[in-house]
Design a protein around this ligand. Structure first.
Ligand code: NAD
Ligand code: IPM
Ligand code: MN
Length: 364
């Protein structure tokens, strides 16, 4: 490898399945543009992990690949996983959870930001009202896959799915949320659980929230049951700044959040380990019925690319991506899910055009 190449930071690109492929194409187009313009020295390397590979070879995500990502990559970008031919999602669990658990990506960071009031399904809500972040615990809870069947297939069947909550796991996500709040000038953190029904995990979350909050006396701490939170997200989203919650509740809350900002096609996320390689993916799935039809909204994926750049330290470039998407939204250069008439590629091109324009004098 030449010295010049050795200095490049490698980014793994896994388009995955369905519309994951369509939207990743657009995100990479934007990344390549900004990489060239700003001389970021990023190198994008494509991987074909997903349903097709799994069905033809039985390979989902090899252990050595995960180690390679961990040791040699600056970040991973994932499109989406899920294919109707694999109804139990075996490959998707191996790949997605393989990375979330295997790389200890304990923070699932999901910002909810409305760019234009016409995109919000709530009456009278503007971008000032919908602007908060969700920290979803990403390595524990109901997602750990502990449990099993007893007498499967009989009328006496028992299915058990355990929710695992550790002091370490709860403490680190809550602390991360408070630290983020402090660094970003937020004045309140809302922790959401269901401790009126789920006594044991709720008790742990509650105690740890109380303890950690003592280190952040300037930040208001608020507790809200998750059912009430779901209601309040619709009633008065403007009350939220930073929400922290467990894996399962975070999954559900962030689909509500996605709709508040214009739909699943607009929502971005980062799976973060503060001390290691991180993985970035839009919140949406593979939407098989739209796959390969040039109709999927690529903005969630493009904004996700922005989150990735920000994480890598390219803050100016990340801001340019967000501004370009915002301009495309305002100019109605959008796909049909947002009331526009453009295809996936054309709306991605529109973002690139705005980016070219904005970056004229800004990038080095
Ligand atoms: P989905 O997010 O794929 O799609 C749900 C609906 O949201 C779509 O029918 C569509 O109307 C809309 N939508 C989503 N993304 C869009 C986009 N970019 N542009 C326009 N509209 C969009 O969720 P689903 O239908 O519940 O799941 C489909 C598959 O994806 C399943 O296999 C599921 O397990 C998987 N999934 C994967 C991920 C992931 O890889 N991170 C996330 C969610 C779901
Ligand atoms: C998400 C998805 C995944 C999750 C699925 C595909 C397992 O819904 O990233 O939000 O539940 O975490
Ligand atoms: Mn989800």
């Amino acid at each position: 490898m030449s010295p010049a190449l050795a200095q490049k930071q490698k980014i793994a690109i896994i388009p995955g399945d369905g519309i994951g492929v369509d939207v990743t194409g657009e995100a990479v187009k934007v990344l390549e543009l900004i990489n060239a313009r700003g001389r970021l020295e990023l190198e994008f390397i494509q991987f074909d992990y997903g349903a097709e590979k799994y069905l033809s070879t039985g390979i989902s995500l090899p252990k050595q690949q995960l180690e390679d990502f961990r040791d040699n990559y600056a970040a991973i970008f994932l499109g989406a996983l899920g294919d109707p031919r694999i109804p139990d999602m075996a490959h998707a669990r191996d790949i997605l959870f393989g990375m979330r658990f295997g790389l200890d990506l304990f923070v699932n960071f999901r910002p909810v930001k409305l760019f234009d009031e016409t995109l919000c399904p709530l009456k009278g809500k503007t971008p000032n009202d919908v602007n908060f972040v969700v920290f979803r615990e990403n390595t524990e809870g109901l997602y750990v896959g502990i449990g099993g069947f007893f007498k499967k297939g009989t009328k006496d069947e028992i299915a058990i799915q355990e929710s695992v909550n550790t002091y370490k796991g709860v403490e680190r996500i809550i602390r991360y949320a408070f630290t983020y709040a402090r660094q970003h000038g937020h004045t309140k953190v809302t922790m959401s659980d269901k401790n009126n029904a789920l006594r044991f995990e709720g008790d742990l979350w509650h105690r740890v929230f109380q303890q950690v909050s003592e280190d952040y006396p300037e930040i208001e701490k608020e507790h809200m049951f998750v059912d009430a939170l779901a209601m309040q997200l619709i009633k008065r989203p403007e009350q939220f700044q930073v929400i922290v919650t467990n894996n399962m509740f975070g999954d559900i809350i962030t689909d509500i959040g996605a709709q508040l900002q214009g739909g699943l096609g607009m929502a971005a996320s980062g799976n973060i380990n503060p001390n290691g390689v991180c993985m970035f993916e839009p919140v949406h799935g593979s939407a098989p019925k739209y796959a390969g039809r040039n109709v999927a909204n690529p903005f969630g994926a493009i904004l996700t690319a922005g989150l990735m750049l920000e994480h890598l330290g390219f803050k100016k470039e990340a801001l340019l991506i967000e501004q370009s998407v915002c301009m495309a939204v305002h100019e109605k250069k959008v796909t049909s899910d947002m009331g526009g008439s453009l295809g996936t590629k054309e709306s991605g091109d529109a973002v690139c055009d705005f980016l070219q324009h904005l970056s004229g004098n800004t990038l080095r």
